[in-house]
Design a protein around this ligand. Structure first.
Ligand code: GLU
Length: 501
């Protein structure tokens, strides 16, 4: 048995994408479940688009989700850890030229002098005659003299890897089963080094997977068609071919591919919206996999215990935001009071910074509110909507919002005035939800009003919104004086409006 070694190999050319996070997670779960090694490798050869900021964001995002790797950058304080390094491709350039030289020596690769213009003209010709685009092999068998002549013209060659014609590459994919791809469909001989000697993805990925003794390549299905090229390269380099597992695509609800242009794909955006890592990781694990039972709330430890790569689905996984919110709510309920207070703090600070509240709740106030808050948060960022009205000086709802649908303005003024008296009476004695509700219910009976109408008018008057935690808890949290003051203010504003209309 070869040792299990898997890797996540992101390119730092954009924010951490949820597809990358899912691929990382499946590699991580597979490694931890089997006692294997999980490696992080930075594929940063696209120097024009790679940035240190994206690199940081990817490392931070994976850490935030609770993943740690055994080899690579971003472990502890060291620049990197592991005996197969360096783990950044830009620090491995010599290895790619060395491998390319070996292929050239064995005539498994050759120098190609075709210019971009010549290649484009050929592509256009193929298109016009309805042929699939492929390199026509013009430089595949140049003599030394022909090469010298082309170099004398000042042409700089690329290095192309010979793709054999008329062969079927077959492999057993752990997820997709038996796959066969005809080498004639691969576009002809493959550029592995550009004319400036910088290597291309197909080449670096194979050279590194071989050098790092990767046993299983687990990645997105979008790479499936690359795999035959990679298998040919492994063979040409004389390296063992790893096993492959291609994970299903993540789809929008309309079953189109989730792309960063059309959909929300950056993990950081979900984090900013108040999804918590326990839930996000749980949700990512269910994008293409399930335990095979009804169980769906699973911690990282439980995921590691149950994960089985061979039961990953072939079919695309639809991203369902409602289900993610539901899971997030479930995980928020599982947090301890201290954890929840800690995690809500930055979101309350953001409310303050945005001017949506006038001051921050104290820790004690937050703790007192948790019973009404914890059950009701789909995301941490919803906290402002839920309790922000408590931390503003005034609420000034539009009079039209205070008037319930089935009531008119005079009825609303009468309703709120009567409720104000009732509330003032109870509150003087005891300001508790259980004490406030019964006398208000009696008032409803006496007047023949519906609870839905009067309670909605009170709710909007004291909070400024139509959806809040339970009304009586809300009033208790707001306090006796402030509840009455807000009711008075609403009655006054409604009265003023009635007088002018
Ligand atoms: N850098 C490649 C990517 O981001 C890695 C693909 C692979 O896993 O082979 O898609």
């Amino acid at each position: 048995m070869t040792a299990i070694r898997v890797r996540i190999a992101p390119s730092p050319t954009g924010p951490l994408h949820l597809g990358t996070a899912r691929t990382a997670l499946f590699n991580y779960l597979f490694a931890r479940h089997t006692g294997g090694t999980f490696i992080f490798r930075l594929e940063d050869t696209d120097q024009a688009r790679s940035t240190v900021a994206f690199e940081r964001e990817i490392l931070d995002g994976l850490h935030w989700l609770g993943m740690e790797w055994d080899e690579g950058p971003g472990i502890g304080d060291e620049p990197e850890r592991g005996s197969y390094g360096p783990y950044r491709q830009m620090q491995r350039l010599g290895r790619y030229t060395e491998a390319a030289d070996r292929l050239l020596e064995q005539d498994k690769a050759y120098h190609c002098y075709c210019t971009p213009e010549e290649l484009e003209a050929e592509r256009n010709r193929q298109e016009a005659t309805h042929q699939a685009p492929r390199y026509n092999g013009r430089c595949a068998h140049l003599t030394a003299a022909e090469r010298a002549a082309l170099e004398a013209e000042g042409r700089k060659p690329v290095v192309r890897f010979r793709i054999p014609a008329n062969r079927t590459i077959a492999f057993d994919d752990i997820v997709r089963g038996h796959v066969e791809i005809d080498t004639n469909a691969l576009g002809g001989d493959l550029v592995i080094l550009r004319s400036d000697a910088t290597p291309l993805y197909h080449f670096t990925v194979v050279v590194d997977d071989a050098a790092m003794a990767i046993s299983h390549v687990i990645r997105g299905e979008d790479h499936l068609s690359n795999t035959p090229k990679h298998i040919l390269l492994f063979e040409a380099l004389g390296s063992a071919v790893p096993q492959f597992g291609h994970l299903p695509l993540i789809l929008n609800p309309d079953r189109t591919k989730m792309s960063k242009r059309k959909s929300e794909t950056a993990v950081a955006d979900y984090r900013a919206q108040g999804f918590i890592p326990e839930a996000f990781v749980n949700y990512l694990a269910l994008l293409g996999w399930s335990t095979g039972t009804e169980e769906e709330i699973l911690s990282m430890a439980e995921l590691i215990e149950r994960f089985d790569l061979s039961t990953v689905n072939k079919a695309g996984a639809v991203f369902d935001r409602e289900r993610l919110e539901w899971l997030n709510g479930q995980w928020i309920r599982r947090l301890t009071a201290d954890e929840l207070i800690d995690r809500l703090r930055p979101f309350m600070e953001a409310e303050l910074a945005a001017g949506r509240i006038d001051w921050l709740p104290s820790e004690g106030e937050m703790r007192a509110l948790l019973p009404v808050v914890q059950e009701r948060l789909p995301t941490l960022s919803a906290v402002g909507e839920l309790i922000g009205f408590l931390f503003v000086k005034e609420v000034e709802p539009e009079p039209a919002l205070i008037v319930p649908k089935r009531w008119d303005m005079p009825t609303t003024v009468a309703g709120l005035t009567a409720a104000r008296h009732t509330i003032a009476e109870v509150g003087r004695v005891s300001w508790e939800a259980d004490e406030i509700e019964p006398p208000l219910r009696r008032l409803l009976e006496d007047r023949g009003w519906k609870a839905g109408d009067l309670f909605m008018a009170i709710r909007v008057a004291v909070t400024g919104r139509t959806a809040t935690p339970p009304l009586f808890d809300t009033m208790v949290a707001l306090g006796y004086e402030r509840t009455l003051a807000r009711l008075d203010r609403a009655i006054e504003r409604l009265g003023a409006q009635a007088a002018t209309s």
